[in-house]
Design a protein around this ligand. Structure first.
Ligand code: IVH
Length: 680
């Protein structure tokens, strides 16, 4: 057995290695290894720590998964208040600030640092002896909430800083990248959870979770923009040097930060930012301009809660007013009746808007939005345009209050009816949305086909929004099972479809038959079952057959399944039409069960193999498939963690490396024998 010191050293080495890759990936955006290699390093560290818990430390990279939920957040006193910023909305505002500053400073020389103003939430991180001890929100500036547990889950925040001064505090912004925000909202839409209005709300909502395991799953990132204070080392003389220092400590600073010599350069920076704004991977609502010299900052001091030495320069908000012509109802994939504003076209921040979201009827009532109103519409970055509210001064008394049930009332049927199919409309208790209850509703059916074929589901390339609609309209696919009975000739008859594209689609449909079960479950579009839930259900039931027969109690036994989800699954499998669709999918050869056996029960579980050189009885792919089939992992490169190297003719450097590391070498014959043993 390895000695304690040796183990400790090994663990520390692994941590240093992982931290280095963390920095490369999360901070420098320049990874050196694949995700799979990174995962295997983490697994190795986790295994070592599990076996040697005496060496587990809170700053280990394994400790970012979140902890037990809190009852409430504690309070943190900020030793130096977290200030806010004054605003400039025009060049005139900016010049007024600049001239005031000049006056106060006489002819003293200074320069500026310009930074994007990140739209997230401010946090203060305190490190003592190089360890992150407290992470806090801004709160009222003097006292914030202790959200250390949550911040620890964010990968770009270092848990420890080697060679750090005795104590220091950095400040920065926690934000959600646009891409992460869109993905999160998409998942929430599928799971029918309320959507976040914008990345800032999403970041704030994620960071203020009492259960940090939820925070850990959210795509959060940081930019550190200020050194609060430092003890045991001199304070940098300029803000720029502070940024450099923090970067050297391992914090993520914004690469778009820039020093500017004079106010003209500042204005040019702002113009450039405005041009780039849309293409930045995060939301920024302006530029922060800071005087660089620390002694000058101190001299200028604050007014109220705002420093005189910094200002936020923002373009005016992208809002506009227009007329709300009508409120239409569109039907979503799961049957939700979504109220949508039909607007007199209006330009908002360079884009012409004709429709905007109105969320739900309660929201319309709360905001007192009426048809015919002049309304304020807003476009915030990536978000669908929304109606902010009415301009009540412009009312003429001709405006009409919106009543969803009246709007969809059918004279013919003598009841409210789905605008697409005339189906009955229901509003489940406790929900804000109305639903069309007709399982065969064409609007839903078409969207269901689109969802089924989408990338995260069965991934049938070529079947997107347009083709799904065409297939449905032409009667070629009324439901998802019909896809598997399509013929290339039928497809080729569709508008703008060549023979080649038709064949490609047929091939893509064929390929999709063997997608993992979790994808199929997700693709079915069961209400409240998103991709994560589909994975969970797959692990539990391993086949559609088993899932379809699960009782409500059995479903509720799963810790992540609540009543809403359980009821929805039960309802799905009760529906005759759904059962028919499943039967036809099965007959078409779509895989309905998970065929990979749970890896831990297999003979080679946990073992890593590398195959090199020419084998006689297998191609390399075949050998690797065999390894995986028996629960082992097939890797490309030899590392200390490799258990076996299988070699054939002309093995090359991998064999040499294995020899130097003392790894067990297997000839093809040895390998065959091992397979035989494993199978016996
Ligand atoms: S410096 C005394 N720099 O803007 C200066 N703030 O209204 C304090 N913010 O609460 C802030 N990006 O959350 C600074 N590069 C940046 C920033 C930034 C975003 C936020 C911060 C602060 C708010 C000020």
């Amino acid at each position: 057995m390895a000695g304690q010191d040796e183990i400790k050293e090994k663990i520390e080495k692994l941590r240093a290695e992982i931290n280095r890759h963390n920095r490369l990936y999360y901070i420098q955006d320049n990874p050196e290894i694949s995700d799979a290699e990174y995962d295997s390093l983490m697994q190795e560290l986790k295994r070592q720590e599990d076996e040697n818990p005496q060496f587990l430390t809170p700053d280990s990279p394994t400790q970012r998964v979140g902890a037990e939920p809190l009852e409430a957040f504690g309070v943190v006193d900020h030793p130096y208040p977290l200030l806010s910023l004054g605003n400039a909305f025009s060049d005139e505002d900016l010049m007024a600030w600049y001239n005031r500053t000049l006056k106060l400073l006489g002819n003293r020389a200074f320069d500026f640092v310009c930074e994007p103003k990140i739209d997230g939430l401010a946090v203060a991180l305190t490190y003592i002896n190089g360890q992150l001890v407290t992470g806090a929100t801004r709160g009222d500036g003097l006292r914030g909430e202790n959200i250390t547990q949550n911040l620890r889950t964010i990968r770009s925040i270092p848990l420890s800083v080697p060679n750090a001064p005795a104590r220091f505090e950095v400040r920065g912004e926690v934000y959600m990248p646009k891409s992460g925000f869109l993905k999160l909202n998409k998942e929430r839409e599928v799971e029918e959870q309320p959507l976040f209005a914008n990345p800032r709300n999403a970041a704030a909502g994620s960071v203020r979770q009492l259960d940090s395991r939820i925070t850990a799953k959210r795509p959060l990132d940081t930019f550190i923009y200020m050194l609060g204070y430092v003890e045991g080392q001199a304070t940098p003389a300029t803000h720029w040097e502070a940024l450099e220092q923090m970067k050297a400590w391992g914090f993520k600073t914004n690469p778009r930060n820039q020093r500017c010599k004079n106010i003209e350069e500042v204005m040019a920076y702002f113009q450039k930012w405005k041009e780039e704004r849309e293409s930045l991977p995060y939301e920024a609502d302006g530029v922060v301009i800071k005087l660089n010299q620390k002694n000058i900052q101190d001299e200028l001091g604050d007014v109220g809660r705002e420093p005189r030495w910094a200002i936020a320069y923002k373009p005016p908000a992208v809002q506009a007013t227009t007329k709300l012509l009508n409120i239409g109802i569109s039907v979503g994939r799961t049957g939700t009746l979504n109220p949508t504003a039909e607007l007199e076209p209006v330009a908002v921040g360079g884009v012409t808007i004709k429709n905007a979201s109105l969320h739900n009827e309660d929201d319309i009532r709360r905001k007192d939005i009426r048809i015919g109103d002049t309304v304020v519409v807003q476009r915030a970055g990536e978000v669908i345009p929304e109606v902010v509210g009415p301009v009540k001064e412009k009312r003429t008394d001709k405006e009409v209050e919106f009543d969803l049930l009246k709007a969809i009332y059918s004279q013919e049927k003598g009841r409210p009816a789905c605008p697409e199919c005339g189906g009955e409309v229901v509003k489940p208790e406790g929900e804000v949305m109305y639903y069309c209850s007709n399982a065969a509703c064409p609007a839903q059916a078409q969207l269901r086909i689109e969802h089924f074929a989408s990338k995260g589901a069965m991934d049938i390339r070529g079947v997107g929004e347009n083709i799904s609609a065409l297939l449905y309209d032409k009667g070629l696919a009324k439901n998802v099972a019909d896809l598997y009975y399509l013929k290339a000739e039928q497809l080729a008859e569709l508008e703008k479809m060549g023979e080649k594209s038709a064949q490609n689609i047929i091939n893509a449909i064929e390929t999709s038959k063997t997608r993992p079960l979790a994808r199929l479950i997700f693709a079915l579009g069961i209400k409240h079952v998103g991709d994560e839930m589909a994975e969970i259900l797959t692990n539990e039931f391993r086949s559609i057959e088993n899932l379809s027969q699960a009782s409500r109690e059995r479903l509720l036994d799963i810790s992540t399944v609540g009543h809403k989800i359980a009821d929805s699954i039960i309802a799905f499998f009760k529906e005759e039409d759904n059962l028919k669709i499943l039967q036809r999918l099965k007959e078409a050869g779509v895989k309905m069960e998970e065929t990979t056996v749970k890896a831990q029960n297999l003979p080679w579980a946990g073992k890593e193999f590398v195959v090199t050189g020419r084998l006689e009885n297998f191609t390399r792919q075949e050998a690797e498939a065999k390894i995986k089939e028996l629960g082992g992992a097939a890797k490309d490169s030899v590392t200390r963690k490799t258990d076996y190297v299988v070699y054939g003719a002309d093995p090359g450097s991998k064999k040499t490396k294995a020899e130097s590391l003392g790894i067990t070498l297997l000839t093809e014959n040895d390998f065959l024998k091992m397979i035989e043993e494993a199978n016996s």
